[in-house]
Every structure is written in structure tokens, then in C-alpha cells.
Design a protein around this ligand. Structure first.
Ligand code: NAP
Length: 272
């Protein structure tokens, strides 16, 4: 296995498969406000979508719209039957709850796999839409032939979009499952020693370079989901230099898991 698990080859593989699809799809993107991070993400979605022949239909609203108006616009988009799936971009205005908006688009347009019905199926181990970031982690593992069966796998972070679905996916009785999963969070005691037991360590906490070499067992595989800005540079949740010397393999930031997420989102459009 390569030491640096880059996302580039994984993405090419996913996009090549999407190019072969006969029926072209349309992705709806719903966005409120003009957060720079989400502008960057949207650009990368449009670029990748263009490459595989997917059309992106973006509905952008200003942040000062009322909640009622925002919900009504989303309802109209969902009912129009013009798109095959809808991505709701975050961040949303502070008073708005993403879960309410996901309920509006419903399970059939839920390209992010965040509708309670789809997440429920995921929990039960049934085939369903897999949220794109956990999906990116699995796709990376598949590409680099990482065996998860029986492996002590520690996930740091328990968010609904990364840690929780990923933990459930890795628990499935399935290839890329059957792991022994421990999930850590901000209240976990002695997180360093818990992480040190991991054969596979996955970090998604949003704390720049939090995980150093001291958290990592010699020969572990380390997957960094984090994307943070530090001194004008993008860095992960893992301190790359100190962890690289101990790990058997490690994902870089940028150019690792994050870069695969967009391709997984587009791939979900076909699964819906
Ligand atoms: P989130 O919703 O803020 O959740 C963070 C999780 O990390 C929480 O469970 C929190 O614990 C835990 N945590 C925070 N600080 C901790 C600490 N010091 N020790 C242990 N646990 C800690 O974050 P998220 O949305 O999952 O995102 C996590 C990271 O992944 C971010 O850097 C984000 O940018 C990145 N991300 C990347 C992609 C992508 O590449 N496409 C997609 C999604 C997220 P509590 O639950 O106890 O608060």
C-alpha cells in the first residue's frame, strides 16, 4: 500500500464510471447567503459535474430572506421535478435548521443521504444513499484495499454528517465493514490512549492538527477528514509531519478525503 493515500486517483476512478452513464442527470443546489467556503465547494461541484455531463441548477437566496420565504423556495424547487437530487449547502442562516429543510426535500431527492429515512436504512445495514463524506472515506479504503474486518477502528468526532454514519457503515456485516468501532468526542476521557489502540484512526473534529504522533500506534492507518484554515493554509485535524513517521499510511490535506467528497455527491445522484 502507498504511504500517502491521495484522493486524486480515487476521484478519477469515480468520475470515469459516471461518464459511462447513459442518462444524464440534473443536480439542484440550494444555497442561502454567500459563505466563501461554500462558494469554493460549489465551484468544485460544478467543475466535476461538467466533466461527467451532469447539469447543476443552482438556486441562490440572500441571507436576509425570511425563513418562510426560504422554505417556500425550496419546496418549489423540490416539487418542480426538474432535478434528480437536491444539495442544501451549509452554512445556513443561524435561525435555520438543516433537518427542517431535509424534511422538505424528502427522501427521494436527498442526495446527501441525510434524510431520517435514508439514515435509518443505513443504520439497519440496508442499501441506501451514503452521505458523501463517509462515502468518500469508504471509497478511499476500497481503492487502497484497506481491510477493515476485525480491525480496531477509532473515529474521533460524532457529527451526524461524518462520525455517526461512518461508525455505522464500518459496523455493517459487509465488505468495508465488520470493524470493531470506537467513537470518541469532546467528552471522551484520555483520548490519546484510546486512539493509540487503533489499527485504523479516522479523525473528523474540525480542530487544526489536533492529532499528533503521540495519538498514533506504530503502523496504523490514519484517515484525516478535517479541513481547517491555519495561517492562510488548509490543514487537517491531524498533524501530518509527526503522524507520518509512525503511520503505515496517511491521507493528506488537501488532496485526501475532502477532494473525493464532491465525486461521491455526484455518484449519489445516480443512486437516488
Ligand atoms: P462538527 O459537526 O463540528 O463535529 C465535530 C465533532 O468533533 C463533535 O462530535 C465534537 O464532539 C468532536 N470534537 C470537537 N473537538 C474535539 C476534541 N478536542 N476532542 C474530541 N472530540 C472533539 O464537525 P463535522 O462537520 O463533523 O466536521 C469535522 C471536520 O471534518 C471539520 O474539519 C470539517 O471541515 C471536516 N469536514 C470535511 C468534509 C469534506 O472534506 N468534504 C465534510 C464534512 C466535514 P462533541 O460531539 O462532544 O461536541
Amino acid at each position: 500500500m502507498e504511504k500517502i493515500l491521495k484522493g486524486k486517483l480515487v476521484i478519477e476512478n469515480i468520475l470515469e464510471n459516471l461518464k459511462k452513464q447513459q442518462k444524464k442527470r440534473k443536480l439542484g443546489v440550494f444555497r442561502v447567503g454567500d459563505d466563501p467556503g461554500s462558494s469554493y465547494y460549489l465551484k468544485s461541484i460544478i467543475k466535476n459535474a461538467d466533466e461527467v455531463g451532469i447539469t447543476v441548477d443552482t438556486l441562490e437566496l440572500e441571507e436576509n430572506n425570511t425563513e418562510e420565504k426560504i422554505k417556500k423556495s425550496l419546496k418549489t424547487m423540490a416539487k418542480s421535478k426538474k432535478v434528480d437530487g437536491i444539495l442544501i449547502m451549509e452554512p445556513l442562516p443561524e435561525n435555520m435548521n438543516i433537518n427542517d429543510l431535509i424534511e422538505i426535500i424528502g427522501k427521494d431527492l436527498d442526495v446527501e443521504g441525510m434524510h431520517p429515512y435514508n439514515l435509518g436504512k443505513l443504520l439497519m445495514g440496508h442499501p441506501t444513499i451514503i452521505p458523501s463524506t463517509p462515502g468518500a472515506v469508504l471509497e478511499l479504503m476500497k481503492y487502497y484495499d484497506i481491510d477493515t474486518t476485525g480491525k480496531d477502528t477509532v473515529i474521533i468526532g460524532r457529527s451526524n454528517i461524518v462520525g455517526k454514519p461512518l461508525a455505522n457503515l464500518l459496523l455493517r456485516k459487509a465488505p468495508l465493514g465488520n470493524a470493531t468501532v470506537t467513537v470518541c468526542h469532546s467528552k471522551t476521557k484520555d483520548i490519546k490512549n484510546v486512539s493509540k489502540k487503533a489499527d485504523i484512526l479516522i479523525v473528523a473534529i474540525g480542530q487544526a492538527e489536533f492529532v499528533t504522533g503521540e495519538f498514533v500506534k506504530e503502523g496504523a492507518i490514519v484517515i484525516d477528514v478535517g479541513t481547517n484554515e491555519k495561517n492562510g493554509k488548509m490543514v487537517g485535524d491531524v498533524h501530518f509531519e509527526s503522524v507520518e513517521t509512525k503511520a503505515k499510511a496517511i491521507t493528506p490535506v488537501p488532496g485526501g478525503v475532502g477532494s473525493i467528497t464532491t465525486a461521491m455527491l455526484l455518484s449519489n445522484l445516480y443512486k437516488l
